[in-house]
Write a protein that binds this ligand. Structure first.
Ligand code: DON
Length: 307
């Protein structure tokens, strides 16, 4: 299989694609991103990196950070996390509040905002917010073997200024006793996680542990193989909000999207893939990113459902 040629042809198609979706506007600092960009990086299990388009341009990883924050939280409290967060697809928007009332402040899964806010609350325990944020950034640098990964402070400020829905979710969960720290402290951790900036290359590198059953490619183990399997399962069932079923149908890989237009996708045992194009479908997932992954799955046969 000639991955270089496959990626080059996908990049060419995506560069010219007329229907690119809409850039997220509800956070002012995301609204100004040029929708013409497209990048893609693939790291294979033997450590080769294939990249194309704007693969070196840093973008706001947004909700993709929820995968790394979940990994960290599971390392701290293990399966006790599941007393506070569910493991079912929500079938509703990433920032929806409706299910929280019927389900007594327990979010459906760790990849919708409410779930990620509980995860941030877990990661905050025993720390000042600044330390909890630093721990997450260091963890991602370790996963990616890259010290150049940092937070975009302008995006973090923008999140803080426009995060009223997240405040509503957090207060509501706190009323049910499912948030242990003051709302502004927990949200400080959550907003900064969303504002981490990474390139496709860095993101694909950071996802290597999920393709390698929890092992770090440079030695040692990030998490157990069972935990890696479970995180991949959650990405497949919940990683694209109310479009998770459609993503599984079209692409067939565990994946996590963010409103910055990035998607991290994992082919267990084979590849860690990052794509980025800022225009979103109406469910808040990268329009061309999903299409590019569909093309890649078709060209390579990579999927968790095939041979
Ligand atoms: O919580 C928010 O509003 C965002 N900063 C993060 C959400 C996100 O990426 C959801 N995704 N598709």
């Amino acid at each position: 299989m000639n991955l270089e040629a496959i990626i080059a042809s996908i990049v060419e198609e995506m560069r010219a694609a007329p229907d690119r979706g809409e850039v997220a506007t509800y956070i002012p600092s995301l609204a100004g991103v040029d929708p013409g960009q497209f990048g893609m990086a693939v790291v294979t299990a033997d450590g080769q990196v294939f990249a194309g388009g704007d693969a070196e341009t840093a973008f706001s990883i947004q909700s993709i950070s929820k995968v790394f924050a979940l990994t960290l939280a599971l390392g701290k409290v293990g399966d006790r996390l599941w007393n506070r967060v569910g493991r079912e697809p929500s079938g509703s928007a990433f920032n929806s509040i409706v299910q929280l009332e019927a389900e007594q402040g327990i979010p459906r899964n760790p990849f919708i905002n409410a779930g990620a806010i509980v995860v941030s609350d877990v990661n905050l325990a025993g720390h000042a917010p600044r330390e909890a944020i630093g721990e997450l950034v260091h963890f991602i640098r370790y996963l990616a073997s890259d010290d150049g990964i940092a937070i975009d402070e302008a995006v973090a400020r923008s999140e803080q200024e426009t995060g009223e829905r997240n405040r509503a979710l957090a207060h509501y969960m706190r009323a049910f006793g499912n948030l242990h720290h003051p709302v502004e402290l927990t949200l400080g951790v959550y907003f900064h996680a969303c504002a981490i900036a990474m390139s496709c290359r860095q993101l694909a590198m950071a996802g290597r542990y999920l393709m390698l059953c929890g092992a770090h490619p440079e030695g040692g183990r990030v998490i157990s193989d069972k935990r890696a399997r479970r995180i991949n399962a959650l990405m497949l069932t919940c990683g694209h909000y109310d479009q998770s079923g459609d993503f599984a149908f079209r692409v067939g890989m565990p994946g996590k999207s963010g409103v910055g237009g990035g998607i991290l996708a994992i082919v267990p045992g084979k590849a860690s893939i990052a794509v980025w194009s800022p225009g979103l479908s109406r469910n808040g997932n990268s329009q061309l990113g999903s299409l590019a992954l569909e093309r890649l799955a078709d060209a390579t046969g990579w999927s968790v459902f095939g041979l």
